[in-house]
Design a protein around this ligand. Structure first.
Ligand code: KG4
Ligand code: ZN
Length: 343
């Protein structure tokens, strides 16, 4: 590979149209994200049809802006990386069709990136020196997974959610309170003013039985029932305390499970990413707890925790280095999990 390898990373798996130019898998030259939050807000969640139509409108301008901001042209690129899945199939297809057309027209290698792999590689854009093996915790709107990464291309799943993802529960709770979408940042802000000790919500699978798996549906039901009961009583909900108690339950489970994984896999670094990793309380609690065990927390800045094209470009660079090329018949796989991770 050339000394200066520029990859264009494209991400359109959900409701963000994103493109970025990444140098040698490590350095961000540009990172453009066109968010659709405004479009979906009034529905309290993502409407797939609306998402794919907006991707179609935005993908070319977003790519143009990413190149312009990086100060490069199509001719400077060494490869195109695109999210293959998991995600909404109509949304994924917009990115994939665009990536295939560009790779063909520019005669460039095409790399298919698993969205979860992308979230891991956001950590490689932090400037931190990452020394394998490491543990990775991905907490997003669609996933909550604990992984052991021995090297590029060598990832073992240690645990995952058995039902809802942590981010999904943030979104559902915010929706039940008519607070808007996405729920994570809104609830985090409220929680800063609240007292988490006034309400106790359940923490699931904390014993031996669940080991490194997660379960958040019981917490979701408990919070939604609490809201319903308080409304029925005509009580005025203390939103700040509710948000703080809910966030506390999520953070505690995530920190404890990461700690449990460390006892079995004594690594020196833990990589925390995915949309929920933008949460300040989670980051600071995780950092403090890991420091007690002499483990370094690596986590991307919030803008690289949520979906972006840069993480796809970074993952694409390392995949390309190992010769992992996609063929022109590349298709979207909406359910692609870690089992489908071609490393
Ligand atoms: O990684 P991401 O952008 O998309 C998926 O791959 O799912 O994650 C989006 C999720 C949403 O559920 C959103 O509510 C959550 O990340 N999120 C947060 C915060 N910022 C985003 N959750 C908690 N605290 C935040 N500050
Ligand atoms: Zn994501």
């Amino acid at each position: 590979m050339p000394q200066r390898t520029l990859i264009l990373g494209l991400e359109s798996s959900c409701d963000d149209t994103a493109a970025a130019v990444v140098l040698n898998g490590r350095q961000l030259l540009s990172n453009i994200i066109s968010s659709q939050d405004d479009l979906h807000r009034r529905f309290g969640g993502i409407v797939p049809e609306i998402a794919s139509r907006r991707h179609l409108e935005m993908i070319n301008p977003v790519i143009d802006e990413a190149l312009a901001k990086a100060g490069v042209t199509f001719g400077d690129l060494e490869g195109i990386a695109v999210t293959q899945g998991p995600g909404l199939v109509g949304s994924l297809l917009v990115g994939i069709a665009t990536a295939k057309a560009l790779a063909y027209a520019l005669d460039l290698p095409l790399v298919a990136v698993n969205h979860l792999e992308g979230h891991i590689y956001a950590n490689f854009l932090t400037g931190a020196v990452i020394v394998f093996p490491v543990l990775c915790l991905i907490v997003s709107g669609g996933h909550t997974s604990l992984l052991y990464m021995q090297d590029h291309g060598e990832i073992t799943v240690l645990g995952r959610t058995r039902d809802d993802a942590a981010g999904e529960v943030f979104d559902k709770v915010a929706r039940a309170l008519s607070l808007g979408f996405p729920g994570g940042p809104i609830l985090e802000k409220l929680a800063q003013q609240g007292d988490p000790s006034l309400i106790t919500f359940p923490r699931a699978l904390m014993g031996e039985e669940g080991k490194l798996d997660f379960s958040f549906s019981g917490l979701k039901t408990a919070v939604l029932n609490f809201i319903r009961r308080e409304k029925e009583k005509g009580a005025s909900l203390q939103l700040e305390d509710l948000a703080a108690a809910f966030q506390e339950a999520v953070v505690e489970v995530l920190v404890e499970k990461a700690f449990l994984a460390l006892q079995k896999y004594p690594v020196r670094q833990l990589l925390l990413s995915g949309g929920v990793a933008a949460n300040g309380e989670l980051r600071s609690r995780m950092r403090r707890r890991l420091a007690e065990a002499g483990v370094e927390l690596i986590s991307p800045p919030p803008r690289l925790c949520t979906d972006n094209g840069a993480m796809i470009g970074a993952a694409g660079y390392y995949a390309l280095r190992r010769g992992r090329l996609a063929t022109p018949d590349l298709n979207a796989v909406s359910t692609l999990g870690f089992e489908g991770l071609q490393l």
